[in-house]
Design a protein around this ligand. Structure first.
Ligand code: PLP
Length: 349
């Protein structure tokens, strides 16, 4: 059982839910679990607040840290749902293994998460698009700057209320120089450093008028792999294509759900390498109908245009886009408004 220390007061009343910036406000509680003496200790839920860590803790020097991103949804009857949380649990341990972080126990993950959500349930607002973003993460806390895996860690879960957000029109740049991940590297893991390394190239792309970068393979920059921190899909004619998962590509829960739904609804989909040349040619011939990213934060994020080697391409505006189709299908399952044929929903009760 988990030790629960309730917050004496709530920030709920002072939070404006009509004007939430993504990931800025956090709920009243957080979950914490320490790994000491070769064992994960008893988890604690306590009031949200700052940590006190030794400045020599490994996480600050070597980036030994991994995280997850998931969401809780509230339906019309105030029931709370998660979407395929087992996938996130398995993935944080896959990421952790690559970063030499000890495996976190399943009971602690689910018990901690569910107790935390029940305690902070009033932070989950009803309505299509409203949700609670959940951020589990692990950091190496052991003091000392020797360059080796730590013997002490902290697993935590923090939660932030989120609104359906419109990110504006997204134009992307195909990366010609920078890479997100390489063979044998950590691209498949949600390792903290992967994201820190994206900020600079993304800032440069922003200056050129692109909101995101499409990462290409590190060796040749000829194959399209991921969109910023999302997986990517292309629609050529009526066929969808997306890159296969690998060392370099993150196995997104949204991506695999889209693939399953495409099969279910007889949408032609190929999982294979997608070359820059193929996409540029399809765009020139007017056959490239859509590009979209997939990920927990925005579910499906349509892309309106792209740039490559100084040329800019615009995509058509479709009424009946696949992007809209999949977003609607997925959200209806997430909010308990549609049949859950694949058993993806998980109720917190
Ligand atoms: C988290 C993430 C995704 C999307 O994964 P979901 O499970 O769908 O949220 C895609 N690419 C990268 C690099 C990511 O970190």
């Amino acid at each position: 059982m988990i030790d629960i220390q309730r917050s004496p007061s709530s920030k709920l009343e002072n939070t404006n839910f009509d004007n939430l910036l993504f990931g800025k406000v956090f709920t009243d509680h957080m979950m914490e679990c320490d790994y000491i003496d070769g064992e994960w200790q008893k988890p604690v839920i306590k009031p949200y607040g700052p940590l006190s860590l030794d400045p020599s803790a490994r996480v600050f020097h070597y980036g030994q840290a991994v995280f997850e991103g998931m969401k809780a949804y509230k339906d019309k009857d105030d029931r709370i749902w998660l979407f395929r949380p087992d996938e996130n649990f398995k993935r944080i341990n896959r990421s952790g293994k690559r970063m030499a972080i000890p495996e976190f126990p399943k009971e602690y993950f689910f018990e901690g998460l569910e107790e935390l959500l029940k305690l902070d349930k009033d932070w989950i607002k009803k309505g299509f698009g409203n949700s609670l973003y959940i951020r589990p993460f692990v950091i190496a806390t052991e003091a000392g700057v020797s360059a080796s895996a730590a013997n002490e860690y902290k697993f935590m879960i923090i939660c932030s209320p989120a609104q359906a957000y419109y990110s504006g029109e997204v134009r992307v740049k195909f990366s010609e120089k920078f890479s997100r991940a390489a063979d044998g590297g950590v691209g498949f893991a949600k390792a903290a450093g992967n994201y820190g390394a994206q900020f600079y190239p993304t800032d440069l792309a922003n200056e050129e008028g692109f909101q995101q970068i499409i990462w290409t393979d590190a060796n040749t920059h000829e194959y399209l792999e991921e969109a910023g921190t999302m997986n990517i899909f292309f629609r050529i004619g009526d066929k969808l294509v997306t890159a296969p998962i690998s060392d370099r590509i993150l196995d997104g829960v949204t991506r695999k759900s889209v693939i399953t739904l495409a099969e279910e609804y007889n949408i032609d989909l190929e999982v294979r390498r997608v070359s820059v040349q193929e996409i540029v040619e399809a765009a020139e011939k007017g056959e490239l109908k859509e590009m979209f990213g997939s990920g927990t934060a925005t579910v499906i994020n349509p892309i309106v245009g792209f740039g490559h080697k100084g040329k800019k391409f615009d995509l058509p505006k479709l009424e009946d886009s696949y992007a809209k189709f999949f977003k609607d299908k997925l959200m209806k399952i997430q909010y308990n408004e549609a049949e859950d044929k694949f058993g993806w929903r998980y109720e917190v009760k």
